[in-house]
Ligand binder design. Sequence first.
Ligand code: SF4
Length: 362
Amino acid sequence: MNREIQQIIRKALAKQQLTKDELVSLLACESSCASDLFAAAHQVRRQHVGDEVHLRGIIEFSNCCQRNCRYCGLRKGNHNLKRYRMSADEIYEAALTACQLGYRTVVLQSGEDSFYDADMIAGVVKRLKKLDLAVTLSCGERPYAEYLYWRQAGADRYLLKHETANELLYSQLHPDMTFSNRKRCLMDLRKLGYQVGSGCMVGLPGQTPAILAEDLLYLKELDVEMAGIGPFIPHPHTPLAGASQGNVEMTIKMIALTRLLLPQAHLPVTTALSTIDAQGREKALRSGANVIMPNVTPKDFRSLYEIYPNKDRPDDNQRDCRQSMVDFIHSLGRTVAQGQGHSPKPGFSCLQKRGETDEQYA
Ligand code: SF4
C-alpha cells in the first residue's frame, strides 16, 4: 500500500483540506489505492449526511439555448435537434405529478433561453411553492436582479456548474462566455442565500489531473451546498464529436475527493455517469454520493434534451422509475430521504420539512 497516499487521505479526513499537489497525487493514484479513497469518502458521507439518499425530480423544460458550448448537444449551432419549450402550465403539471409521486424537490432545468423572462420563471416558482416543494432552478447565467427576483419568489437552490475552473480551457470550450461572468453569477447566488450547486465535467479534451485539482479547489472555495460531477460524453453534432469520453474511475475519484473536502455537500450521481457505466450509480453512491435526480420531464420531450447522446433513461413510466430507484437504494442498505433535502449546513437545515414517510406517497 502506498504510504504517501494513505497519509494524504488521513490529512483530508482530519482537515477537510488538501493542496493542489496532494489532490493530483490522489487523482493519479492506481486503482488499488483508489479503493481506500472511495472507502474514506463512504465513511465521511455516512458520518456527515447519513445513509439517506435524496430523490430530486428534474424537469427539463426547454432545450432551446442561445449559447454555443463546444461539448453540448443543445448548443445553438446544432441544427439537427428538434427544439421544444414547455409552457408554464406544462411545467406546473409535471411538477404536480412529481409531487404526487412523492418527490419533495423539483429541479427546473433548461438551456439558456431568454424566452423565459424573469416574470415567467418567478410565476412558476410561486405556483410550485404552493405545492410545498423545494425548488431548484438551473437556467444558466442571468443578471443579479433576476436571481434576486426568483429568490424572493421562493426559489431555494440554484444549480450552475462551473464546468471547468481552468480559465484557458473554459475559454476554449465556451466561445461566447467568460469564466469571470460564471464566477460573478455564482457569487451573486451565494450572496442571495440560495443553496448553491456547481460542478464540472471529467475527461474534457486538454484536461489534466492538475486542472481537475483546480476544480476541486474551486468547489471548496465556493463552499457549495451541492456539486454535480460527471464524465464528458462527446455528442456527434458538436465540434468535440471526435473526442474521447471521460473515464469512470476518474469521475468517481472526483466525487470521493469532493466528499472529503466538503463533507456536508449534497453530491448527486449524474445521469452522464450511469449512461457510460451501468454500475456507475452504485459505484458513486458507495464513494460519497447521496442524491439521485430521476427525470420527471413529460415523455414527449424527454428524448429531446440531448446534451450528450444515449442518455440513461431507466424507465419511461415515472411511478415505476421512482419505485425502481427506491428498491435500488434499499438494496444498497440505504434509505430514501423523506424531507425536502435542504443542506444540513447551519442556516439551511431549519428550512427542511420533516416527519413525512415515503410510503405516504407510494
Ligand atoms: S452547456 Fe448549457 S449553456 Fe452551454 S450550450 Fe449546453 S445548455 Fe446551452
